[in-house]
Design a protein around this ligand. Structure first.
Ligand code: HEM
Length: 380
């Protein structure tokens, strides 16, 4: 195991991440050629430091997608920029997302198109993990009911452009999906009527140019895709292993929110993120040089016994699963709302605990996304 492969290991927490933290919060891994931040204090220091940027100075867009529609879009995302190109879209989008933390999404699911059925196999769960969260966000942006899941499918193709593990065919599909999704967002913006979320964003758009606006709307779908799939999958791993817990949460659904807050800290879907040092600086007592790369182990920091001392006792913080500092997730409240709503519906569906499933993790350098497959029938 190394700090990158730990993301998809069956249990990186008690032994491996704890051992990394014990070496010091911020240490150099000469095999990977990276600085690794693993303690809560070091992770907070890196994410708060203005010299630690989200992209390397010499490569604003990954070479593998530069020059195509996915690269064009990538270059405009708030997630992939610092300075004005970050702050401007964020100011327009964050308030609208925050307002959705408490909105009741159950009515939306009740009238779902095509109708939702109780999952009877792994492929059904796949739909709940990968299609429904993105489709819900698409719905909030104003996408018509019958187009939402198709749009979620194209988002699955698009997010391949974020992964260094994608092959040329996946990157090609990501390029065409980027073009498609961008066109869909342009059409939403150009429409005469807008959803409440999109109206709010347009009201606050200020100097945001149309291309940056549409790219960042696509960005919301992309950010939702893997992260929500991971939180649903990782929560299901815990739920399916404990029928008594399922029963308790079925009978007292009001406890699900507090349980999920614990779960996202203990088994976070985004295990790490990266930062790139833009100028010489000292972070957590360590001197760093321009060009250094930092691997920020959010998941290791979440398990640091010193976590509460660093983040305070604010229950709304509860670890680093949603990042920290200027790039912290603006969709946190909405994401928890989406995942809680979907888990509650799954818990109520008959037969969930009878599903015969195996689990593995989606290959990834930073995400921890439990994937289920049907357990082969053993013939007598
Ligand atoms: C369980 C679900 C989610 C998790 C665990 C998650 C986690 C994160 C993390 C860790 C970051 C910071 C990355 C970094 O600093 O390097 C982030 C950023 C971001 N997230 Fe989320 N996210 C989730 C869902 C969502 C949703 C539903 C949306 C929007 C609909 C969203 C929108 C964003 C955006 C736009 C950013 C970039 C913010 C910036 O750069 O200022 N996320 N998310």
């Amino acid at each position: 195991m190394d700090p990158i492969s730990a993301a998809t290991h069956f249990d990186p927490y008690d032994f491996y991440y704890a051992r990394l933290r014990a070496r010091g919060g911020l240490t150099y891994d000469s095999r990977l050629g990276l600085w690794v931040a693993s303690s809560a204090e070091a992770v907070a220091a890196v994410l708060d430091h203005p010299a630690c940027r989200v992209r390397p100075a010499h490569e604003a867009v990954p070479r593998a997608i530069a020059g195509g529609p996915a690269g064009e879009l990538f270059a405009r995302l708030m997630r992939m920029n610092d300075g004005q190109r970050h702050a401007c879209p964020r100011a327009a989008i964050e308030p609208g997302l925050q307002a959705l933390a408490g909105v009741d999404l159950r009515a939306c699911l009740a009238q779902w198109h095509p109708a939702l059925e109780a999952p009877s196999c792994a492929a059904d769960l796949h739909r709940w993990q990968f299609r429904l969260p993105v489709a819900l966000v698409a719905g909030l942006l104003g996408v018509a009911a019958e187009q939402r899941e198709a749009l979620a499918l194209r988002t699955s193709e698009f997010v391949a452009c974020f992964s260094p593990l994608s092959d040329p065919a996946q990157l090609q599909a990501a390029q065409s999906a980027a073009q498609y999704l961008n066109g869909q967002m342009q059409a939403l913006v150009a429409a005469e009527e807008h959803s409440p979320l999109l109206s709010g964003i347009l009201r606050l758009r200020g100097e945001l140019c149309p291309a940056d606006l549409c790219a960042n709307l696509v960005g919301l779908l992309g950010q939702t895709h893997d992260a929500c799939a991971g939180l649903i999958g990782n929560s299901l791993v815990a739920l399916l292993a404990d029928p008594a817990l399922c029963q308790r949460l079925r009978q007292a659904p009001g406890q699900l929110g507090a349980w999920l807050i614990q779960r996202q800290r203990l088994d976070p879907p985004v295990q790490n993120t990266r930062r790139f040092v833009a100028e010489p600086c000292t972070v957590h007592g360590v001197e760093l040089q321009a060009g250094d790369t930092l691997l920020v182990l959010l998941a290791a920091a979440n398990h640091d016994p010193a976590l509460a001392a660093v983040t305070g006792s604010d229950p709304a913080h509860q670890g680093f699963s949603f990042g920290s500092g200027v790039h912290r997730c603006p969709g946190r409240g909405l994401a928890l709302n989406i995942v809680q709503t979907l888990l509650q519906a799954l818990l109520q569906s008959p037969g969930l605990n009878q599903l015969k499933l195996e689990r593995h993790y989606l290959p990834s350098v930073n995400g921890r996304i439990a994937l289920f497959s049907d357990r082969p029938q053993v013939s007598a």
